[in-house]
Design a protein around this ligand. Structure first.
Ligand SMILES: Cc1cc2nc3c(=O)[nH]c(=O)nc-3n(C[C@H](O)[C@H](O)[C@H](O)COP(=O)(O)O)c2cc1C
Ligand code: SF4
Ligand code: SF4
Length: 255
């Protein structure tokens, strides 16, 4: 069973591609969280948990989802991260989580995909995105091959020497930088409500036809990138920047 979280669509793409290649079910963590109850999974096939990398780890929301869910049937756990280029120390935390839950950690792999963090960076050009997806498709096929044979996944993006810095970078990033305070809707807002539906924390509500952000936020970029009129800005950091939303669907033919 493939279980994924995605803010702007890259990981949804990766999860769906793996679902096709492994002929397995694909489930969206965002939808499961919204149901509120503790999730009890059952699968005879290995579990493949897919998420983006945020500051060199899986998002806190995903780590706590795994901690608070039950995985029955197979106890084999694979982890696939999409990222811009660096997976940091994500694997170590997931390995520990598996150990604590009595699950069999079968490896972790990072797949580079287009950058979505427009608060800090720019989105790559369409041409560059095509190149990145070409490489990602090849990597996803390699990953599916390993999982299909119950092999051990390895991370080709392993940072080795930089890994220990995750212990500093990740808490600093989430403590000092990740906040909803700077989100605002400009007068381009039509009050369509789309931003309220895509937030994994259901943190956004409409007040007098305009979005208002609650305190819970993981900077997934879903709200700002999904707005059909590009009415959302994050302070001045996103003004004039292209938004990133992956609308591609995997085009995989099974022989
Ligand atoms: C808050 C945040 C932090 C990020 N941190 C990293 C990082 O540490 N390393 C990296 O390579 N990419 C990082 N990225 C880029 C994303 O991991 C990458 O674009 C990912 O594929 C987005 O997946 P999604 O479209 O499924 O949300 C970050 C993105 C966001 C939004
Ligand atoms: S998605 Fe954009 S246009 Fe729609 S309510 Fe939100 S900010 Fe306004
Ligand atoms: S407020 Fe926006 S960026 Fe923050 S978690 Fe919700 S959708 Fe993601």
């Amino acid at each position: 069973m493939i279980v994924y979280f995605s803010g702007t669509g890259n990981t949804r793409y990766a999860a769906k591609a793996l679902g096709i290649m492994l002929n397995d079910d694909v489930m969206d963590i965002k939808e499961l969280i919204k149901q509120g109850a503790r999730v009890k999974f059952y699968s005879d096939k290995p579990y493949v948990i897919c998420a983006p990398i945020y500051a060199w780890r899986f998002p806190p929301l995903v780590e706590s989802f795994i901690e608070n869910s039950d995985f029955w049937g197979s106890n084999k756990m694979y982890f696939v991260a999409t990222c811009e280029s660096q997976t940091g120390d994500a694997a170590r935390h997931l390995k520990k989580c598996c150990k604590d839950k009595g699950l069999d950690f079968c490896g972790f792999a990072g797949v580079p995909m287009p950058e979505n963090y427009i608060v800090m960076y720019k989105v790559p050009s369409e041409k560059e995105q095509d190149r990145i997806f070409g490489r990602a498709n090849a990597q996803l096929a390699r990953i599916a091959g390993v999982i299909d044979n119950y092999g051990q996944l390895t991370d080709e993006l392993d940072m080795k020497l930089l890994k220990p810095f995750t212990a500093l970078v990740n808490p600093w990033f989430f403590g000092a930088f990740v906040s909803s305070d700077k989100f605002r809707a400009t007068n381009k807002c039509t009050g369509c409500g789309k931003c309220t539906k895509v937030c994994p924390y259901e943190s956004i509500r409409l007040k007098d036809g305009k979005p208002v952000w609650g305190p819970k936020c993981t900077h997934c970029m879903a709200c700002i990138s999904s707005c059909p009129t590009q009415a959302i800005e994050y302070g001045r950091r996103t003004v004039g920047k292209e938004r990133y939303l992956c609308k591609r669907e995997p085009n995989i033919k099974i022989k």
